[in-house]
Ligand binder design. Structure first.
Ligand code: A2P
Length: 269
């Protein structure tokens, strides 16, 4: 038997510049959504909110897709939250992974949804739809987020109630977390659905336009003097939420030029 560490579940060698990691847990939420965790290479460093390219060792040239890392930068494993795209070149296989399987990950993390790309402020708004909650799952578990902002509001909008479970469980667990629990007491989660009855309903863009989200939370509308934003969701959601924040007087920033909001630039379902 070969002990060649570059070879895993298949006959394909691990491509250059890629880590081959083991799956440590898998949890399916709905027929469209699942979470998985993998081992973390000892040399791998990233900033909370960044993404990496993920693939499977099932071809000479594997298909890679951008995945936000959902675990915080201090965690000893890496967590990902994924959609299952019917006939999706990666996710049709990825959704079948089990504990002990190998997942490939390119070595270089990157991304715009990082605290460094925002100017200091009082309140941080994180706007997410669907699996777009993933980078925020990382950031709300990072003490740095609470050191920079007094209040953190995470909005999550999904088609139906079952799709809200991942974020709800996460926020419930944070309050008891030994590392960030105390810091995160001011964290607020605002859930809404668009296709199933729920106490809060509607797209976040509509809830901002009507002012309902601010009324529900008892907060003044977004203002450039106090508020900062981060946005992650589908391409259409990014565009429309960006334009809503610009309407409140915020401006898009980047790693090189921090400003009052940032948009995920590589997110794909
Ligand atoms: P809707 O049900 O009205 O399409 P998806 O799972 O398709 O990514 O959608 C996740 C959530 O994002 C859904 O609640 C969806 O609402 C909402 N959504 C879709 N497009 C936009 C948009 N342009 N702006 C804000 N929210 C959106």
């Amino acid at each position: 038997m070969s002990l060649d560490v570059a070879k895993h579940d298949t006959d394909f060698p691990t491509p250059v510049g890629v880590f081959a990691e083991k799956v440590t847990s898998v949890e399916h939420y709905t027929d469209r959504l699942f979470k998985f965790r993998i081992t973390r290479p000892a040399t791998f460093r990233f900033r909370s909110g960044e993404f990496v390219m993920i693939g499977l060792p099932n071809a000479e040239k594997p298909v890679f897709r951008a995945y936000s890392i959902a675990s915080p930068s201090w965690d000893d494993e890496l967590e990902f939250y994924s959609i299952k795209v019917p006939d999706g070149p990666l996710t049709e296989h990825l959704q079948k992974i089990a504990v002990g399987d190998t997942v490939l990950m390119r070595k270089k993390p990157t991304g715009t949804l990082v605290n460094d790309a925002l100017l200091p402020g009082k309140r941080l708004w994180m706007f997410s739809t669907g699996t777009g909650i993933a980078p925020f799952a990382s950031l709300i578990r990072d003490p740095g987020t609470y050191e920079k902002f007094d209040e953190v509001i995470l909005t999550h909008t999904c088609r139906d109630v079952a799709e809200l479970k991942y974020g709800q469980e996460l926020v419930d667990a944070i309050k008891d977390d030994p590392l960030v629990g105390e810091l995160a007491q001011g964290l607020r989660l605002y859930n809404s659905t668009t296709r199933e009855d729920y106490p809060y309903m509607g797209r976040i863009t509509d809830l901002m336009a009507s002012g309902k989200v601010f009324e529900d939370l008892g907060l003044h509308p977004i203002a450039p003097q106090t508020d900062r934003g981060m946005i992650c969701g589908s391409m259409d959601m990014l565009r429309d939420t960006k334009s809503a924040l610009e309407g409140f007087g915020l401006a898009e920033g980047s790693n090189n030029r921090p400003d009052t909001f940032v948009v995920e630039r590589a997110f794909v379902g």
